[in-house]
Design a protein around this ligand. Structure first.
Ligand code: FES
Ligand SMILES: [Fe+2]
Length: 432
């Protein structure tokens, strides 16, 4: 459990809140690249701030306040022209740095426009994402996440709308015990990965170990397979709203076969406000191209063009009690996205953590909350929070790996067993 006060600290995300200050110290995705067309501004809401994205000079993304500084008209209706975004009402022109370039109604030679400072945040675009830094001071270095550094064919990026606070959804990523229940298939043929399904069902009480790292922590979940072997899954919490874990299986186009550890999945939970968020989902492959058609068809088939799921609370997640008898534990189809969306939305818009009764398998959830609270304290004390990296600092993510493997039973989960199996990685470009 968590006190109400601490619960508020980690779940509030608006400007000026300690939790909002924390998230604003890191680069955050604000849209998918695919959403932002040339010449068409895109209204976005991020951490309770209403903003507008547009492609300015050279197609580069720019993120500015939604309301025109003149008389507050919504700039997402504006025209992208003359090096900025022009308001439809009286023609004021704002650029991506928040400068006002033109005020057609003001007298010739007026310097009034030079005194206008519109809200504007620095943006970068990579890995199919538009990222922004919405915090104070100089932006930190971009997180050296492999999918941001890899050629585009090695990742698939999308997002899914969630009607709940972002923290509880990220807690689901570091909660491996739920894999044995929520995502269980009674009929193995229903599972995208029957072998893994059977390993998860065989031992429903994984032994969990955590190992703190500069970026957050590694999490090891060990399940007994038989007297000789154990199935270990290693995943990661990355400060302050990310997780990397073994998710969508990938198919090697060279053999047409699915193999373990070809890549992994990354979730980046970005608040729209305190009670809704976007789950940015990246399927990343270490070396091979990701078969986009396969991933789209097998995994993201139920995502609507506006990045929602057909199953939601309004239709009871289309839960089917007949399916629950023979096919799946949850009766909500094959999609893990739908299962997870159900579970985290069914906790309420914001979990009241003072009412919880945490168990043994909640150890990673407890550590994540402690790290977030410590990071909030660091900001209060005038320091950079954990995993804000500056130029010249070592890349903490160089040592981040996701892996699942059946190992000898005597293997100590929280040890270096995984290092010899680190997969070969294709080319990555450096980002600054
Ligand atoms: S309200 Fe935008 S130019 Fe007047
Ligand atoms: Fe899940």
């Amino acid at each position: 459990m968590l006190s109400r006060e601490n619960n508020d600290l980690i779940t509030q995300t608006g400007p000026g809140t300690p939790g909002g200050d924390l998230l604003r110290r890191y680069w955050q995705p604000v849209a998918l690249s695919a959403e932002l067309k040339n010449d068409v501004p895109l209204a976005v809401r991020v951490m309770s701030e209403d903003l507008v994205l547009f492609r300015g000079e050279g197609g580069k993304p720019a993120l500015v306040g939604r309301r025109c500084p003149h008389r507050q008209v919504d700039l997402s209706y504006g025209r992208v022209e003359d090096g900025g975004l022009r308001c439809l009402y009286h023609g004021w022109l704002m650029d991506g740095a928040g400068r006002c370039l033109d005020q057609p109604g003001e007298p010739e030679g007026s310097t009034y426009k030079d005194r206008i400072k519109h809200k504007a945040y620095p943006c970068r675009e990579m890995g199919g994402l538009v990222l922004a830094y919405m915090g104070p001071g100089a932006p930190p270095r971009l997180p050296q996440l492999p999918f941001l550094m890899a050629p585009p064919e090695r990742s698939f990026t999308t997002k899914i709308h969630h009607d709940c606070n972002y923290v509880q959804a990220n807690e689901g990523n570091i909660d491996p015990q739920h894999l044995s229940y929520l995502h269980r298939f009674l009929n193995a043929a229903q599972s995208v990965d029957p072998r893994v399904n059977s390993l998860l069902v065989r031992d429903t009480a994984p032994r969990l170990e955590v190992e703190e790292t500069p970026y957050g922590f590694r999490l090891f979940a060990a399940r007994s397979v038989d007297d000789e072997t154990t199935y270990i899954r290693m995943s990661n919490f990355i400060m302050p709203n990310n997780s990397s874990f073994d998710g969508t299986p990938l198919v090697d186009p060279r053999s047409g076969k699915s193999r373990e550890n070809l890549g992994y999945q990354h979730h980046w939970h970005v608040p729209i406000d305190d009670v809704s968020h976007w789950k940015y989902t990246i399927v990343y492959a270490h070396e091979i191209p990701v078969d986009l058609n396969w991933v789209q068809k097998r995994v993201f088939d139920d995502v609507t063009p506006d990045y929602r799921l057909k199953r939601d609370a309004s239709n009871h997640y289309l839960q089917d009690r007949e399916e629950m008898k023979t096919q799946s534990f949850a009766g909500m189809g094959q999609s893990f996205w739908a299962h997870d969306k159900f579970a985290v939305e069914a906790q309420g818009a914001i979990i009241d953590r003072s009412e919880e009764h945490l168990g043994t398998t909640d150890k990673p959830v407890m550590l994540m909350r402690r790290q977030m609270l410590a990071a909030i304290d660091a900001i209060k004390a005038g320091r950079d929070p954990q995993f804000v990296e500056r130029e010249g600092q070592e890349n903490a993510l160089a040592d981040m790996m996701v892996m699942s493997k059946v190992m000898p039973a005597k293997t100590e989960p929280a040890s270096d067993w995984w290092r010899p199996y680190r997969p070969k990685t294709g080319p990555l470009r450096s980002i600054d």
